[in-house]
Design a protein around this ligand. Structure first.
Ligand SMILES: Nc1ncnc2c1ncn2[C@@H]1O[C@H](COP(=O)(O)OP(=O)(O)OP(=O)(O)O)[C@@H](O)[C@H]1O
Ligand SMILES: [Mg+2]
Length: 296
């Protein structure tokens, strides 16, 4: 059903109602757990290739975590595991206290029923590098689709919420445009509006700007900055070091499936101690050096 809702992808297709959280989660005064996402010793292999190893991570409400690291280090696999689009096979991932994807039985761990998986991740929104919009639907139609089919909103209510979300990403005036009539940056903003319409508690972004022409990157980052300022909890895989430096509360450096370094942007970008991180940042600077030369 997920793939019906998001062409080419499988963003969470939530069903059912949110239920309680585990008792040991610290609570905020409004009754919501302050820890939105918890990963404990998460591992994942593709055949004999172990791509995630012992990942421990907590994301607090309103926190922005940026994941950086070389190509193939496991960033996408880790992010996709957080929505169970990849089946992690070691450890635990909990969303607001609820175990994602698996259930423990007398006979060991089993994949949870799909309805349960959908219910646990109903508050997780995901934005991919490829926008995955339906080409035959308008921008508004794309944003409203899951509201109608999953959240069962009336056509009027879906349209109202859809328009509000398009407005939020600065695209109310493009509501009736089809994806082919929109720039890449506009399509990505529609994809963000579509995810936001589901009122997620956490948004996961996988290199949302890397398929864009350079001049379109800024408009998408701006929307993400606004979301961060408004208190959205976010995990962002990005090669945009400037964005990570400006917006992240914490930056995680992944290499060969392991978290090699984590810290504030200041610690990661200005006081990097780990040789692998230093090397990664140096490569990044070298790649971008011609800008400095050109500017000089
Ligand atoms: N479906 C799959 N089957 C087999 N191997 C896979 C699969 N998906 C990813 N991998 C491998 O897992 C490792 C991590 O891949 P992943 O896509 O998570 O890296 P990444 O850090 O997101 O890289 P990039 O920056 O290039 O997007 C790589 O070695 C990749 O080849
Ligand atoms: Mg990737």
């Amino acid at each position: 059903m997920n793939s019906l809702l998001i062409p080419g992808g499988s963003a969470p297709a939530p069903t059912g109602e949110t239920t309680g959280q585990s008792l040991d989660e610290p609570m905020k005064t409004n009754g919501e757990p302050s820890t939105v996402l918890t990963l404990s010793q998460v591992g994942k292999s593709f055949g004999t290739l172990r791509v995630l190893k012992g990942i421990d991570l907590q994301v607090q409400r309103s926190e922005v975590v940026c994941l950086i690291g070389p190509s193939g280090s496991g960033k996408s696999t880790l992010l996709r595991s957080m929505a169970f689009l990849e089946e992690y096979d070691e450890g635990e991932i909990r969303i607001e206290g609820q175990l994602l994807g698996w259930q423990d039985t007398d006979k060991g761990r089993r994949r949870a029923p799909q309805s349960q998986i959908n219910q646990v991740r109903r508050n997780v929104g995901m934005v991919f590098q490829q926008f995955n919009l339906w080409p035959h639907m308008t921008a508004l139609g794309n944003v409203c689709e899951a509201l109608r089919r999953v959240r069962k909103l009336s056509a009027d209510d879906a349209k109202k919420r859809g328009m509000a979300m398009l407005d939020k990403v600065g695209l109310a005036h493009k509501a009736e445009a089809y994806p082919a009539q929109l720039s890449g940056g506009q399509q990505q903003r529609v994809a963000i509006a579509r995810a936001l319409a589901m009122e997620p508690h956490i948004m996961l972004f996988d290199e949302p700007t890397s398929a864009l022409d350079p001049e379109l990157v800024g408009e998408v980052l701006q929307v993400m900055k606004t979301l961060a300022k408004e208190g959205m909890t976010m995990v962002v895989v990005t090669h945009e070091m400037g964005f990570a430096a400006q917006v992240a509360d914490s930056v995680i450096f992944l290499d060969q499936g392991e978290i090699v370094a984590r810290g504030t942007p200041q610690q990661i970008f200005h006081n990097a101690e780990q040789p692998r991180l230093q090397q990664f940042l140096q490569n990044y600077l070298d790649r971008n050096a011609f800008w400095q030369d050109a500017k000089a």
